[in-house]
Design a protein around this ligand. Structure first.
Ligand code: PAF
Length: 283
């Protein structure tokens, strides 16, 4: 695996690979590191579908409102490199801040509409603009044919879909299903900040989602959502931010499964001081 730190070197390297033939495709997996099996599944999918897979590791400061969250973000780079080699990633792009945001870079405002300020965006103002700024820069550098994002950050995938449309690029967005720990907890780089006991207990999040899914055909969606909220709030040390049933396309709230074709339940909690998000499709 090549480890490339400079923007210029990566662009030059990828240009020479593109010159090898018309059928060369570049798959791209943007990450902030602290890789786990969820990221590995994105890499596997990209490797199986493309000539070259590029993974970036860059902890993007512009998407963190809470600076202590940024400071605490884990950076196990040696372990990350091992995982990438094991999963046959071709190139790791490991830039410093200035390689992504040049001195001339002006932070842009992307017109992604209300998607940016609702649900996760309401709790993390500016977060999705930060994501759009870094992803648009990374897309410009890597020029991928396909970009791979995890379903766990569902609202982020909807934002990236809008970003791709907005910038008129023809990148294909691939959304890869959530990988879970054996107790159902969605894999996340943040999980390593939980205590062993907390990591075990945090299974209540997926249980709440599964309980809604199990009865959605026979009980009212509003009732099931309220029950799940109560269940989560009754867990010790949990702060429930939101649990919502939304249309999977628009992310507008829905109150009945008859209202729309595809419904997803989105949930965010703070547990042991760690923000955890998850989701599940109902139909
Ligand atoms: O999902 C993430 O890890 C980040 O938001 C991303 C897409 C790498 C942008 O920094």
């Amino acid at each position: 695996m090549h480890i490339i730190k400079s923007r210029h070197d990566l662009v030059t390297h990828l240009l020479s690979i593109r010159k090898q033939g018309k059928n060369v495709t570049i798959g791209f997996v943007p990450t902030m590191g602290a890789l786990h099996s969820g990221h590995a599944s994105l890499i596997d999918e990209s490797v199986s579908e493309n000539t070259i897979t590029v993974c970036s590791i860059f902890v993007n400061p512009t998407q963190f409102g809470d600076k202590s969250d940024l400071e605490k973000y884990p950076k196990p780079i040696e372990k990350d490199i091992e995982i990438l080699i094991k999963h046959k990633c071709d190139i790791l792009f490991l830039p410093e801040f200035e390689e992504v945001y040049s001195a001339q870079y002006v932070h842009q405002k992307f017109e992604i509409g209300e998607l940016e300020s609702k649900i996760e965006g309401a709790s993390r103002p500016g977060h999705f603009q930060g994501v759009c700024n870094v992803v648009s820069q990374l897309f410009e550098i890597v020029t991928p044919d396909c970009a791979y994002f995890g379903q766990k950050d569902y609202q982020q995938t909807a934002i990236i879909k809008s970003l791709i449309k907005l910038t008129g690029s023809n990148i294909t967005l691939k959304i890869v299903p959530i990988k879970r720990e054996s107790n159902g907890l969605a894999m996340s780089s943040r999980n390593i900040r939980l205590s062993d006991k907390g990591r075990k207990n945090a299974a209540f999040i997926y249980k709440a989602l599964r309980d809604i899914q199990a009865e959605v055909e026979t009980r009212s969606l509003v009732e099931l959502v309220n029950r799940a909220k109560q269940f989560i709030s009754s867990q010790k040390g949990v702060d429930l931010d939101y649990l919502l049933a939304v249309d999977a396309e628009t992310l507008n709230e829905v109150t009945s499964i008859k209202e729309t074709g595809s419904i997803i339940i989105l949930v965010a909690v703070t547990y042991e001081g760690v923000r955890l998000i998850d989701n599940i499709f109902l139909n």
